[in-house]
Design a protein around this ligand. Structure first.
Ligand code: COA
Length: 220
């Protein structure tokens, strides 16, 4: 059993603990050493029976453990990469976690620290960078390319050859047309239908998706 530490003790961490249990039920693989979180109120608590051992910097007390950053928020889409930058660990210290029900063909590439939740489907030639978080029931189709630190909310579906740049956040249920680009750090709101490329750093939502400021301004 390989030792594993999760950095971040919120909802994404609990979901990832369930993922690890599902993996272990198929083949005993991971021994979760603990969680780390920079919220001092959490340190000493237990999450699903797993202790919160200390702040994220305590990762250096466990040099034997592999690590996954389990932090995700549409309010701060770059936060997971910021945590990773602070940890300063080499890429080989990060685990890649895939739920046993995910479909991952041989043509897919997954970077270190990337997490694929239950029933995710990657069709063909999908590339996921490092520290990508893919929530349940996401479908990524041929030639999709997701940069480091991208977060993909539950039920998102990307048509072919969509490029999602570093630290962008796709809200749950969003649909994206083929060949488009979602810029670095952009946020796509839940339920959006994206028919044009989204510029870096902008928040887009609606059907068809537009800048959220424009969507709200256009309301009667
Ligand atoms: C788009 C989003 C980031 C905006 O968040 P926000 O800046 O806090 O926006 P607010 O909630 O203050 O809403 C501002 C306005 O935008 C509207 N709005 C918010 N999200 C919207 C969406 N997805 N589609 C259409 N309109 C939306 C609100 O109705 C509100 O309009 P109003 O002022 O006329 O009432 C957020 O609503 C969202 O979609 N987050 C993703 C959640 C998610 O999918 N999590 C993943 C779980 S796996």
């Amino acid at each position: 059993m390989k030792p594993l530490l999760l950095v971040g003790a919120g909802g994404f961490a609990r979901e990832t603990l369930e993922l690890v249990r599902a993996v272990n039920a198929v083949a005993p693989t991971w021994r979760v050493v603990g969680l780390l979180d920079d919220d001092p109120r959490l340190v000493g608590a237990e999450v699903h029976g797993v202790p919160v051992l200390g702040p994220s910097g305590a990762v250096h007390d466990h040099p034997e453990a592999l690590v996954v950053a389990t932090v995700a928020s549409p309010d701060a889409p770059a936060r997971r990469l910021e945590v990773v930058a602070r940890l300063g660990l080499p890429a080989e210290r990060y685990a890649t976690l895939v739920h046993p029900t995910a479909v991952v063909p041989a043509s897919a590439t997954l970077g270190p620290g990337t997490v694929l939740h239950a029933t995710v489907v990657l069709t063909a030639d999908v590339r996921l960078g490092a520290h990508v978080a893919v929530m349940p029931a996401v479908v990524l189709t041929h030639d999709d390319d997701l940069g480091d630190g991208v977060t993909v909310g539950a039920g998102v579906r990307l048509a072919g050859d969509v490029h999602v740049e570093r630290a962008a956040y796709l809200g749950s249920g969003a649909l994206v047309r083929e060949h488009l680009r979602i810029g670095a750090g952009a946020v796509v709101g839940m339920g959006a239908v994206v028919t044009r490329s989204v510029p870096p750093g902008e928040v887009w939502a609606g059907v068809p998706a537009r800048s959220l400021a424009d969507v709200v301004a256009a309301r009667p």
